[in-house]
Design a protein around this ligand. Structure first.
Ligand SMILES: [Zn+2]
Length: 127
């Protein structure tokens, strides 16, 4: 069984999983699974579930891998914003993620937009 954890525990319905899978293209090999639905302005995929907007990487993790422990983020190993291949995803702590992003991007504007993104994500997860 799959649960969406937000203080309370919620099950992800088969209907939602079907809806999610209809929007992705899964190549046979280990390549990225592509999200085909319209991305956000910033190029990220979003999925609506339980009247909330969830990042497709988080949704993919919840469907194929299971729970996301409190304080953890789902991060991609590939740099494809529209990839939902669970094999390309791993759990990271906010600190680890921040260190990586800081190494990758030195520009302050990028870091602040990243901070906004995290804040939004944490808020939507009630962390
Ligand atoms: Zn990928």
């Amino acid at each position: 069984m799959l649960y969406l954890n937000k203080g309370r525990t919620r099950m992800i319905t088969q209907k939602a999983i079907d809806r999610f899978e209809k929007k992705i293209i899964k190549p046979k090999d280990t390549k990225c699974w592509l999200w085909t639905d319209k991305p956000t302005v910033k190029g990220y995929g979003r999925f609506f579930y339980n009247k909330r907007c969830i990042g497709i990487n988080m949704m993919s993790w919840l469907i194929y891998k299971g729970e996301i422990p409190k304080g953890k983020l789902v991060v991609r190993t590939c740099n494809n914003k529209l990839c939902v291949n669970p094999d390309h995803l791993y759990l990271s702590t906010i600190t680890e993620y921040r260190l990586k992003q800081n190494k990758k991007k030195k520009s302050t504007s990028k870091i602040s937009s990243w901070k906004e993104k995290i804040k939004c994500r944490l808020a939507s997860w009630g962390l």
